[in-house]
Design a protein around this ligand. Structure first.
Ligand code: FES
Length: 279
C-alpha cells in the first residue's frame, strides 16, 4: 500500500514549441496541477535520448513524462515519430531491468492546449502516486534497482544498441508505419534480444566492479534478465578482460588463489593475467 505522504518526483522533458509553451500558458492562466513536475526544455522530442531517461531514474525520478507536438505537427517534421520509437525502446529496457514501464510516458499537447497539458500531468502524477516510489513498487531494494538502471544506462549508451536503434529508425523512415502495434512488434523483434544481452553484460561488469569477485552461481542468480547470458559471459569476458577459474571470476587482477594451490605453470601471477587481459 502506497503511503499517503508519498510525493512522487516527476521529471518532464518538454518540447520547446508545444508542451513547454502549454505549460507556460497553464501557469499564466493559473490552472492548478500537481507541483511535482520538474521540467527540462528540449527543442524537440526527437532530441530525446534513452540515456536521459535512465539518468533521470538514476537521479531519483519516480516518473518521467515526455511531451511533444502532435504527430504530423513537429517543427522538425519527424522528430516526434522518432520519439515514438525511442519511447518503445526505452520501455523495453525498463522492463528488462524490472522497472515498471508505466513510469515513463510520452504524450502530446500543442502550445494552445494548456488544459490538455494540465490533464496529462495530473493523470500521470496520480498514476505514479498509485505505483509508489521507484524501487519499492518493483519489489526489490532501491540499491538493486539502481544498479540495474545504471547497467541499462551503460548499455543504451553503448555502440551496439545505439547502432541497432539507428538502423531500425532508418527502416521506419522508409516504411513510414509508426502505429503502436508495428513499433512494439518491430522493436521487440529487432532489439529485444540485443537489449537483454547488452544490459545483462553491463550488469555483470558493474557487479564485479562494485562487489569484487563473484561466483558464476551468484551472478546467474542475480542477473535476472541477462541470466542466460550470464552463464556464458565470464568465459567470454575471459578472452577480453576477465577469466573464470575455480568458480571465481577474475577481473583486473582481483584474483583469489585457492589456499595452497600452485602458481600457474608459465610462472605468471594471477594479477598479471588479470591486468594483461583487461588492457
Ligand atoms: S518540435 Fe515539438 S516534437 Fe518536434
Amino acid at each position: 500500500m502506497v503511503q499517503d505522504s508519498f510525493k512522487p518526483k516527476i521529471l518532464g522533458f518538454l518540447c520547446n514549441w508545444c508542451c513547454y509553451t502549454a505549460a507556460d500558458s497553464a501557469g499564466v492562466g493559473r490552472y492548478q496541477y500537481p507541483p511535482n513536475l520538474r521540467t527540462i526544455r528540449i527543442m524537440c522530442t526527437g532530441r530525446l535520448d534513452p540515456v536521459f531517461i535512465l539518468e533521470g531514474f538514476s537521479c531519483g525520478a519516480d516518473g518521467i513524462f515526455t511531451g511533444g507536438c502532435h504527430p504530423g505537427e513537429c517543427h522538425y517534421q519527424v522528430g516526434n515519430y522518432e520519439a515514438i520509437l525511442v519511447a518503445e525502446f526505452t520501455r523495453m529496457v525498463l522492463e528488462t531491468v524490472g522497472v515498471r514501464p508505466e513510469r515513463f510516458h510520452l504524450d502530446w499537447a500543442s502550445a494552445a492546449e494548456a488544459p490538455r497539458f494540465v490533464g496529462l500531468i495530473t493523470n500521470f502524477t496520480r498514476k505514479i502516486e498509485g505505483i509508489g516510489p521507484v524501487g519499492q513498487a518493483e519489489g526489490e531494494g532501491g540499491d538493486e534497482v539502481m544498479l540495474k538502471v545504471a547497467a541499462a544506462k551503460s548499455a543504451v549508451g553503448g555502440m551496439r544498441l545505439r547502432t541497432s536503434l539507428g538502423n531500425l529508425a532508418k527502416d521506419f523512415r522508409k516504411d513510414n508505419d509508426y502505429s503502436l502495434e508495428t513499433v512494439r512488434r518491430r522493436v521487440a523483434e529487432k532489439l529485444g534480444p540485443a537489449i537483454k544481452t547488452e544490459v545483462g553484460g553491463q550488469e555483470i561488469l558493474l557487479r564485479l566492479k562494485r562487489q569484487g569477485p563473484l561466483s558464476t552461481a551468484d551472478l546467474t542468480g542475480k542477473v535476472g534478465a541477462g541470466g542466460q547470458r550470464s552463464g556464458g559471459l565470464p568465459g567470454q569476458v575471459g578472452e577480453e578482460g576477465a577469466g573464470c577459474r575455480e568458480g571465481r571470476v577474475l577481473v583486473s587482477g582481483l584474483t583469489r588463489r585457492k589456499q595452497g594451490s600452485e602458481p600457474p605453470e608459465d610462472g605468471r601471477r594471477d594479477t598479471d593475467v588479470g591486468k594483461k587481459r583487461y588492457e
